[in-house]
Design a protein around this ligand. Structure first.
Ligand SMILES: CSC[C@H]1O[C@H](OP(=O)(O)O)[C@H](O)[C@@H]1O
Length: 359
C-alpha cells in the first residue's frame, strides 16, 4: 500500500492530515493562509522537521494562489514572502528545516526581483518553487534511505540470521516528510529488499509519535515484527534482545555532529552505547546547520504541561503537579556511529568536511 500522504498539494490547494487525530481518525484539513499554516505547525497537526518546512512554504503558495491575493508590484510580493517566512520560523524553534527553506526562498524571491517581467510571472515562479519541495523531499529521502540500507547491510550479524532488527524513536516516516521518510525511509529501503527482520518503536511520550504514527505506518505497510515498546523498556530490550542498530531522525544536526531530536533520543543513544548497538542519525542536509559549531547552540522547544498531564484529553497526572516538558534533547556526537544523509553516511568527525563540499 502507498505510504500515508500527510500533505496534499493540488491545483493551488493545500490539505494536511490532522495528526493529532491519528490513527483513529484520518481527517484532512485545508490550509488556506500563512497563519493557518503557522497554527497547524504550532499545534502539531503537522509535525516532523521536513514536513514542517514543506507545509510552511506551501501555506505561502496557498495564500498566493487565492484569487484575492493581489500585489501591485514585485517588491510588495517579495515583502509578503519575506514577512511570511519570518513568521513561519517562529512556530517551532528547534527543527532547522523551516529556517533553511526560509533562507533559500528569501534568496530566490530576491533574485526574481531582477528577472521577473511581471508580478504574475514572479508569483508563478514562487508557487513552482514551493511545489517542488514535495518532489525534492521524496527524492532526497529515497536516496538517504538507500544509503542507510547499504550501511545496515554491512553490519556484522552475530546470530548469522538473515535480516536486521532496528529500533527507532518518534516518527520519521510518511507522516513527517513528503512521503518516504528519513529513519523510517531506511526501514522502507531495508524492507524493500526483504532484509528487515524487525522494528522496535518507542511509544514516544507525550505526543506518542511512536504508538500513534510509526506503529500506524508499520501496520499499514505490514513491516515484519513491528513491535511497540514503552519508552522505559529500552534498557531491558537491549539487554535481552538482538537489536542490530538504532535509526533515529534529526531536527537539527550541528557541524560537529551533535544532534537535536525527539526527547528520549539521548537516553536511547546512551543505552545503545552501553549495549554496543550501532546508533545512526538519519538527516537530510536540510536538517544540518553547519553554522552551529555544536549542539549547545540548538534552541530546545518546551511544550505546554497539559500535553504531558493528559492523553487524548484524559488526565494522567496529579492536578497541580509542576512539569518539565522539553520536546527535544541533544545527543552528543560521541554517541553517534554515523550520520546518514542523501550524500552518504559519515562519521560525526567527517560530517562538516563532507557536507560543506556538497551543499
Ligand atoms: C524526519 S522528522 C524529524 C524529527 O521531527 C520530530 O519531532 P516532532 O514530532 O516534534 O516534529 C522528531 O524529532 C523526528 O525525529
Amino acid at each position: 500500500m502507498a505510504p500515508l500522504e500527510a500533505i496534499i498539494w493540488h491545483d493551488g490547494q493545500l490539505r494536511i492530515i490532522d495528526q493529532l487525530l491519528l490513527p483513529f481518525k484520518t481527517v484532512y484539513i485545508d490550509i488556506k493562509s500563512v497563519q493557518e499554516g503557522w497554527d497547524a505547525i504550532q499545534k502539531m497537526q503537522v509535525r516532523g522537521a521536513p514536513a514542517i518546512a514543506i507545509v510552511g512554504c506551501l501555506s505561502i503558495a496557498a495564500e498566493l494562489a487565492k484569487e484575492s491575493s493581489i500585489f501591485n508590484d514585485c517588491t510588495s510580493l517579495h515583502t509578503f514572502v519575506c514577512d511570511s517566512l519570518a513568521h513561519l520560523i517562529t512556530a517551532r524553534p528547534t527543527a532547522v528545516n523551516m529556517k533553511a527553506e526560509a533562507l533559500r526562498l528569501t534568496e530566490y524571491s530576491c533574485s526574481l526581483l531582477t528577472t521577473s517581467q511581471s508580478v504574475t510571472e514572479m508569483m508563478n515562479s514562487i508557487l513552482a518553487w514551493c511545489e517542488n519541495l514535495l518532489k525534492m523531499d521524496l527524492a532526497t529521502n529515497k536516496t538517504l534511505g538507500d544509503w542507510g540500507m547499504q550501511k545496515i547491510l554491512q553490519l556484522s550479524k552475530k546470530d548469522g540470521e538473515d535480516g536486521f532488527s532496528l529500533i527507532t524513536i518518534c516518527n520519521t516516516g510518511s507522516l513527517a516528510t513528503a512521503g518516504y521518510g528519513t529513519a523510517l525511509g531506511v526501514v522502507r529501503s531495508l524492507h524493500a529488499i526483504k532484509k528487515l527482520k524487525g522494528l522496535y518503536m518507542l511509544e514516544t511520550r507525550p505526543y506518542m509519535q511512536g504508538s500513534r504514527l510509526s506503529a500506524y505506518e508499520a501496520v499499514v505497510e505490514g513491516w515484519p515484527n513491528a513491535t511497540l515498546i514503552c519508552d522505559g523498556a529500552v534498557g531491558a530490550l537491549l539487554s535481552s534482545s538482538q537489536v542490530d542498530a538504532a535509526v533515529v531522525g534529526a531536527d537539527c544536526v550541528a557541524a560537529n555532529g551533535d544532534t537535536a531530536n525527539k526527547i528520549g533520543t539521548y537516553q536511547l543513544a546512551v543505552l545503545c552505547a552501553a549495549h554496543h548497538v550501532k546508533f545512526f542519525v538519519c538527516a537530510p542536509t536540510s536538517s544540518i546547520n553547519l553554522k552551529l559549531s555544536s549542539g549547545a547552540g540548538i534552541p530546545i522547544e518546551h511544550r505546554p504541561a497539559l500535553e504531558m498531564t493528559s492523553v487524548a484529553g484524559v488526565p494522567v497526572a496529579a492536578p497541580g503537579i509542576a512539569c518539565w516538558n522539553p520536546a527535544f534533547d541533544v545527543t552528543p556526537a560521541r554517541l553517534i556511529t554515523g550520520i546518514i544523509t542523501e550524500y552518504g553516511v559519515f562519521t560525526p568527525e567527517k560530517l562538516e568536511e563532507e557536507i560543506s563540499s556538497r551543499i
